[in-house]
Design a binder for this molecule. Structure first.
Ligand SMILES: NC(=O)c1ccc[n+]([C@@H]2O[C@H](COP(=O)([O-])OP(=O)(O)OC[C@H]3O[C@@H](n4cnc5c(N)ncnc54)[C@H](O)[C@@H]3O)[C@@H](O)[C@H]2O)c1
Length: 252
């Protein structure tokens, strides 16, 4: 087990890709805090982990609230006494409809930035004191391949996910002296749940398969190995990096 007794918070861990991260990290021995605005889903994910013999705690959180992200960190410390890793996975993705940029309202823009960028900032502020005191920590931010390819009709989302890469680089420099690794993952288009399957047409999925070196669909499980690596001691000298996991669609 590569993550034995590591305390890892996964935001947005109740459904989709976050749930696959939470389950995969628990199988490696981590004590996983499943933190999600969908409280019931977080509870289900945590109890599934426990039924499988792992350790998990479900917590409600809205990552746009400083008070709630602080409560998430405080409750994690009360229960487990430390915070080794923060996985900043919560995001507005499947809830957003693609539309021409001129039709995006200022409110929609602000909401996407609040969850996908400010949310990361508030979660990091909440866990940082514990990581600093421990003399070690890891922060893993979820960006998106859309920031590499410039997907159209998704301007607020793509802009937020490009911001995650800058956030990762600047924070890695700032937290290097504290021995805290800060990295990002850019997942390719991933079939993460039934809600998304309805959004993507068979033609869009076929087009995506054609553009990959591995010409098949991408699933949450395809991302879990990279996540385990970034949470483990094997990646202790890697920071400020963005690791692209998309079956060879983008190559930089
Ligand atoms: N599915 C993809 O193709 C894909 C590709 C690249 C990147 N991503 C990113 O990966 C992450 C997970 O993607 P997914 O497909 O599972 O998305 P999803 O939309 O299915 O899940 C997002 C999760 O975030 C949670 N969440 C939303 N707002 C929140 C808030 N204010 N506070 C706390 N939790 C909140 C949701 O409850 C949910 O658990 C997201 O950051 C997404 O942008 C997804």
């Amino acid at each position: 087990m590569r993550l034995k007794d590591k305390v890892i918070i996964v935001t947005g861990g109740g459904v989709g890709i976050g749930r696959a991260y939470a389950t995969g990290l628990a199988k490696e021995g981590a004590k996983v805090v499943v933190a999600d605005i969908q409280e019931e889903e977080a509870r289900k994910a945590a109890s599934e982990i426990k039924q499988g013999g792992g350790e998990a705690l479900a917590l409600p959180v809205d990552v746009t609230s400083a008070e709630k992200t602080q409560a998430m960190a405080d409750k994690t410390l009360q229960k487990y006494g430390r915070i080794d890793v923060l996985v900043n996975n919560a995001g507005l993705y499947s809830a957003i409809k693609k539309k021409p940029f001129a039709e995006i309202t200022a409110e929609e823009w602000d909401r996407v930035m609040a969850v996908n960028l400010k949310g990361l900032f508030l979660c990091v502020q909440a866990v940082y004191p514990a990581m600093k005191e421990q003399g070690k920590g890891k922060i893993i931010n979820i960006s998106s391949g859309t920031a590499l390819g410039g997907t159209p009709f998704f301007l607020h989302y793509v802009t937020s996910k490009a911001g995650v890469i800058g956030f990762t680089r600047a924070l890695a420099r700032e937290l290097g002296p504290d021995n805290i690794c800060v990295n990002a993952i850019t997942p390719g288009l991933t079939i993460s749940g039934p809600q998304q399957e309805g959004v993507l047409t068979p033609e869009q999925l076929q087009d995506r398969r054609r553009r990959r070196a591995f010409q098949r669909d991408q699933y949450p499980q395809d991302l879990v190995g990279t996540m385990i690596f970034l949470c483990s001691a094997d990646s202790d000298f890697i920071t400020g990096q963005t690791i692209n996991v998309d079956g060879g669609m983008h190559m930089y």
